[in-house]
Design a protein around this ligand. Sequence first.
Ligand SMILES: C[S@@+](CC[C@H](N)C(=O)[O-])C[C@H]1O[C@@H](n2cnc3c(N)ncnc32)[C@H](O)[C@@H]1O
Length: 330
Amino acid sequence: MTEVSIHGNHFYNEDCIAGFRAHIPDDSVDLIVTDPPYGIAGDTLHKHYNRNEAFVIDGYIEVPAEAYGDFSRRWIAEAARVLRPNGTLYLVSGYTQLYHVMAALRVAELVEVNHLIWKYNFGVFTRTKYVSSHYHILYYEKPGPGKRTFNLACRYGLRESAPGGGSLNYQDREDVWLINREYKPAQVKNKNELPTALLVKMLQYSSNEGDLICDPFMGGFSTARVAVGLNRRFVGFELSETAFDRGAAMMEGLSPGALLEQLRQPQASTLANQGRAWDETEIEAVLSRYDSLRAGGMTKKAAFETLSTEFGRGRWALERILKRRGDNPE
Ligand SMILES: C[S@@+](CC[C@H](N)C(=O)[O-])C[C@H]1O[C@@H](n2cnc3c(N)ncnc32)[C@H](O)[C@@H]1O
């Protein structure tokens, strides 16, 4: 076992199940983001975007398909142990072994928050069936008495409109993510390396600066690179010595927080009462004001804008109040 520590972050060249047991206390990790081996013999998906195999690093360690169920149960039990209550996990999986992974999450008593689909480019071309161009991302929580970290407006403000209409915040939080793989011609990389944009999104929504992030299958150290770049703390494992040595060397040159200045700044909401609980007096005032605006000939859209300014509430919250009364606010 080799351990490398850089800026207080810990990287272990070790099997993650043994490593979890040896180095990570119960309830200590805020967020796990990981992409375990896929358990597909002769997996060639990576060839579709790594056109030249010479640039794919050797040493990716696969798990035999027949051992996948047991392997998933063992590492996911450890992941559940080390997560803090209300801590979360993003697990990237292909469809072939998905049933094993979902069963293991259930056995470990982690609770589904979302089942996300990541649609990528360079899918597996075929003439006899549909093209495979997605992965599953299982977003789960360890049950606890508190609230899970979910930074609702970390990327888009709640009132930011998309150029073609609609809300940027809503669109960014839909459960199908269209994110391209990074095509890095003539650059050495790990097989199936996750794109930076995908990792940044998970870490922005589900962690804060200073939180402890873990990736038990580091591969090309992409989660580690993004975690450190966003000024989070990191601990991770990689069994392959070749992948580990290359990843650890890459981490030497990174400055904590270097990615923060590249992040888009969401527009802050100026709504004074957003997020505050409603009381019956306010609900009645909203309904009566809406009725009088509409009776005065105002369109529904204009009436909502006026209500939003006057009551300091967002459009969705106001629509919910109208729907409760049985109105159709569309
Ligand atoms: C799909 S890759 C991870 C890719 C990574 N997310 C990236 O962006 O580069 C899975 C990695 O897990 C490693 N691995 C396989 N079995 C392992 C184990 N028991 N413990 C730790 N790492 C393991 C493989 O060598 C491989 O590098």
